[in-house]
Design a protein around this ligand. Structure first.
Ligand code: ACO
Length: 331
């Protein structure tokens, strides 16, 4: 463990926040909108296959950094901090405001601060666990003491609304935490992985060149291939993280997996021999908000009083790349 001025340095979450854009679409609302464009789906199909009942979509003039700003302000308030005390900003997103600069820099300016390092992390739905792991390492290395770690997405911008196999699954939103240096843990163990050979099963295969989008700027997914990979890696990553902390499944108070599909989440809980009461579920109300899903679920559960100080949390991400990983922490 890193040590500065004699005492061990850990990182600890001291505040959480989140934000959902006001437009909420139930499955019936979405089905009606799609039907008008000749695309058929139903509340029954979506609920049975995914557990999703509703999602939020941002207004056309609202960007990733706008959602991130509201979540960050809520997290700062819950930590009792002013933005001026933040010395690191890491924003996980796959739907940034611009090609560059990073949405983290745009957020920093919207927060009215300057000078601290600010950068985006792109690991799709694993983005938040990647960002939290990097912030933890920077705090333990002594290069930051008060970090804002955010997941924010406007996935509605990259959905193909003529493809019913994907457009019913995703939503927009943002979640944030303040991670501070602490003499007590905090983050107990982390575990990150990627395997780039799976690029093709979940991607937005476009890029900007010569002033145009080359390729396709909308999301493509092989749902069944993603499903199979996700279930396997979520179990292995949780086990690897527990082993690093010399802990077992029985030590987990709350499992907060990436909120993609209730069937993937329940299957992970079962493999870890956790009762379903220990599984935090917000996918029913948020849909899949990619990098925002874990901090959104965390904040909702802290604010509802479900998660309490001292609880042991297992956060798990999995997404395009393929990327996956976990963070085990004492809240
Ligand atoms: N409404 C009605 N019918 C539909 C819809 C829809 N929205 N979508 C597909 N169907 C139909 C299909 O056309 C198919 O019909 P057919 O049998 O006549 O051909 C039938 O439903 C079954 O389709 P499947 O694709 O086999 O359905 P499946 O049970 O695999 O569920 C799903 C699809 C929900 C996408 C599932 O595979 C899944 O959840 N996969 C994981 C996806 C995921 O988690 N993605 C996020 C990863 S994280 C990230 O990085 C973004």
């Amino acid at each position: 463990m890193a040590s500065h001025s004699g005492s061990p340095v850990y990182s600890r979450i001291t505040g959480t926040g989140s934000y959902l854009p006001p437009e909420r679409l139930t499955n019936a609302d979405l089905a009606a909108r799609l039907a008008a464009a000749g695309v058929e789906t139903s509340d029954e199909w979506i609920v049975e296959r995914t557990g999703i009942h509703a999602r939020h979509f941002a207004a056309p003039d609202v960007s990733c950094s706008d959602l991130a700003l509201e979540a960050a302000k809520n997290a700062l308030q819950s930590a009792g901090l002013q933005a001026s005390s933040i010395d690191l900003i890491i924003l996980a997103t796959s739907t940034p405001d611009m090609v560059f600069p990073s949405s983290a820099c745009i957020l920093q300016n919207k927060l009215g601060i300057a000078g601290c390092p600010a950068f985006d992390i792109q690991a799709v739905c694993s983005g938040f666990v990647y960002a939290l792991t990097v912030a933890d390492a920077m705090i333990k290395a002594g290069t930051a003491t008060k970090a804002l770690v955010i997941g924010a997405e406007v996935f509605s911008r990259i959905l193909d609304f003529s493809d019913r196999t994907t457009c019913v699954l995703f939503g927009d939103g943002a979640g944030a935490v303040v991670l501070e240096a602490s003499s007590t843990p905090g983050i107990l163990a982390t575990d990150l992985h990627a395997d780039g050979k799976h690029v093709g099963i979940l991607c937005v295969p476009g890029h900007v060149s010569g002033g145009k989008v080359i390729g396709d700027a909308l999301l493509k997914m092989d749902g069944q291939a993603v499903f199979k990979l996700a279930v396997g890696v979520l179990e292995s990553s949780a086990r690897a993280t527990l082993a690093k902390a010399n802990m077992t499944d029985a030590d987990i108070d709350w499992l907060i997996p990436h909120q993609a599909n209730i069937r993937i989440m329940q299957s992970t809980a079962k493999k870890l021999k956790l009762p379903l009461e220990k599984l935090i579920v917000t996918v029913d109300q948020h849909g899949n908000t990619s990098a925002a899903s874990i901090p959104l679920a965390l904040d909702a559960s802290v604010r509802s009083g479900k998660i309490k100080k001292g609880d042991t949390l297992m956060l798990e991400g999995v997404g395009g790349g393929f990327t996956w990983g976990a963070v085990l922490l004492t809240y």
